[in-house]
Structures are given as C-alpha cells and as structure tokens.
Design a protein around this ligand. Structure first.
Ligand code: 3HC
Length: 285
C-alpha cells in the first residue's frame, strides 16, 4: 500500500491526465479537476487510449485497465482538495494562474496535505510563498508522455522541508518513476538544457543552415535522440517552448537564452505543433 491513497490533480491536459493515470496505475484513488467538464472528459479519453495501448501490448489486462479507470473520478470543483493527502497542480504554465490555485488549495486542503506543482520552469519558491505552508510545497516535474517517461525532476523550493522532500521522493518511486532532485532555478535542469537545444535547432532553420527534416535526422541518427528537436518541439507545443525560453531569458538576463524570432512567429501564427495540426511539420487530424 502506497503512502498516499487520496491524490488530486489540478488540470486535465496532456500532463495532468498523464499524472492522474500513473497515480491510478500505482493504486491511488485520484480526483482529476479542471475548470470545464469537457476538459476532464477529454482527459479521461486520453487516459483510456493510453491504457488501451498497454492492454494491446499485453502489459496490462482488461480487468486491470478497468480497475485503474475505476479509481479515477473527475470534477470541476477545486473544493474536493479538502480530502486529498497530496495535490499535484498541472494547470496552465502561468505564474498568476498557479498562484491563484495555490492560494485556494492552501485554504481548502487539510493542514498536513502536501502541495506539488508540475511546473516546467517557474519558481517553486515564489509559488510556495503565496501559501501559509511553504515548507509543504515542492516541484514534481513529470515528462511527456508521462505514462512512458521514467523521470520525475523533484524541485526543492527555498522553504521546502526535508520531510516534504523525503515524502515526495518516496511517492515518486511508488509511482514507478525515478526521482532526481534539483535546486530551484529557472528551467531547473531538464528545460534549461533541452529548450536552448530546441531553440538552437529553430535558429538553424531560421538561418537556412538546413531544412527541418535534415536537422531532425542529424540529431536522431547522429545523437541517438528518439525524436529530432523540431519534432519534439511540435510534440511539446511551440507555445510552451517559447514560454520556457522567456522564463530562462528573464530569469538569467543572459542573451544566450533569447528566443528565436522564427519560434515567436510560428506561435503568433497559431502554429503550435501537433495539437493545432501545424508546427514545423503538418499533421493529419
Ligand atoms: N501511453 C501509452 N503508450 C504510448 C504512449 C502513451 N501516452 N505514447 C506512445 N506510446 C507507445 C506506443 O503505443 C508505442 O508502442 P509500441 O512500440 O509497442 O508500438 C511506443 O510507445 C512507441 O511509440 P511510437 O511508435 O508512436 O513512437 P516512438 O517510438 O517515437 O516513441 C516516444 C514515442 C516514447 C514519445 C519517443 O519518441 C520519445 O521518447 N520521445 C522523446 C520524448 C521526450 O523527450 N519527452 C520529454 C519532453 S520535455 C518535457 O516533457 C518537459 C516539459 O516541461 C516541456
């Protein structure tokens, strides 16, 4: 039996639904919350599709898949945080939105409930400071696609207690993930290294050094990356990539993090990658 039986996840998007899935697969009862029912419904469909892929491969039985889905409930009411032992926030990557959520969670949740954020680059320390329990706030940065990726980057805010840190490291292990701890600086480790690589690939395209497909082929075949950087950017979402570059640029004040103008242009056009059907590549619906 894991340490947390009642888990709540705020946000039913790509990351949120993935976190809900792995927690339910680990045996937790999970509440998936989002602001609209259509979002939680879409989240549930994403989970069902992912589970069906595991069933097809014989890694899960139909009965297990049904039981996992049975451990998931959905709501639009953040008030359900009242009974959660741990809440993982995976809402929109905007500090103002996250702060609002953390203030509400701090009011609603029981005193000993831990509050984790799946932020990909924002300050955990700043987020923790809006609560009256900053020592119980921590970053749990999952990777996309959550059901397949082994890593959880655990980010200690300045005020995070050793108890919270230890509890989250074991919880991540219970979810079947490998937790790696880092300190709280912009982009942490994962996105501080990944995003400048993606941004540089966009610069190569912008400067006409090579076409998108060639850039990706070089990184796939030459570096053994599972996806090329532009393909990965489309997969992550170009808006997310741009946003993280802005966080790095603002946070360090160093011109080496300046976002490529072509990345800005694609985002301005609404070419956000796979989710909108067009990014560096065009996708069939
Ligand atoms: N659930 C269950 N199974 C899934 C799945 C999901 N969500 N997504 C893919 N799969 C399965 C497929 O069914 C397939 O199974 P099979 O091999 O038995 O047929 C297998 O995974 C491989 O899928 P595909 O054949 O479609 O494609 P790939 O071989 O390219 O693998 C991938 C997909 C695992 C996503 C691989 O390309 C990969 O590892 N890419 C890099 C991902 C990465 O870098 N993620 C980190 C992004 S950065 C991030 O998340 C941080 C954030 O803050 C921005």
């Amino acid at each position: 039996m894991g340490s947390y039986q009642r888990v709540m996840v705020i946000g039913a998007g790509q990351m949120g639904s993935g976190i809900v899935q792995v927690a339910a697969q680990a045996g937790c009862n999970v509440v998936m919350q989002d602001i609209k029912e259509e979002y939680t419904e879409r989240g549930k469909r994403t989970i069902a599709t992912s589970l069906s892929r595991f069933v097809k491969k014989g890694q899960l039985s139909e009965a297990e898949s049904t039981a996992i889905l049975g451990r998931i409930t959905t709501t639009t009411d953040i008030g359900q945080a009242e009974t959660a032992q741990i809440v993982i926030e995976a809402a929109t990557e905007q500090m103002a939105v996250k702060k609002e959520i953390f203030k509400k969670l701090d009011d609603i949740a029981a005193q000993d409930t831990l509050l984790a954020t799946n932020t990909s680059s924002l300050s955990v320390t700043e987020l923790a400071a809006v609560t009256k329990r900053p020592e119980q706030v921590i970053g749990m940065h999952f990777m996309n696609p959550v059901p397949l990726m082994k890593l959880v980057e655990v980010i200690r805010g300045l005020q995070t207690s050793n108890e919270t840190f230890a509890a989250i490291m074991s919880f991540a292990a219970e979810l079947g993930k490998t937790a790696v701890a880092v300190e709280d600086f912009p982009g942490f480790i994962s996105n501080r290294i990944l995003m400048p690589m993606i941004n540089e690939a966009v610069y190569c395209l912008y400067e006409g050094v090579a076409e998108a497909k060639a850039i990706d082929e070089i990184m796939k075949l030459g570096m053994n990356h599972p996806m090329g950087p532009l393909q990965l950017a489309d997969y992550i979402g170009l808006d997310t990539c741009l946003y993280i570059m802005e966080v790095l640029y603002d946070g360090f004040g160093d011109s080496k993090y300046r976002p490529c103008p072509l990345l800005r242009k694609y985002v301005a056009a609404g070419w956000l990658g796979k989710k909108t059907g067009r990014g560096f590549y065009v996708y069939e619906s």
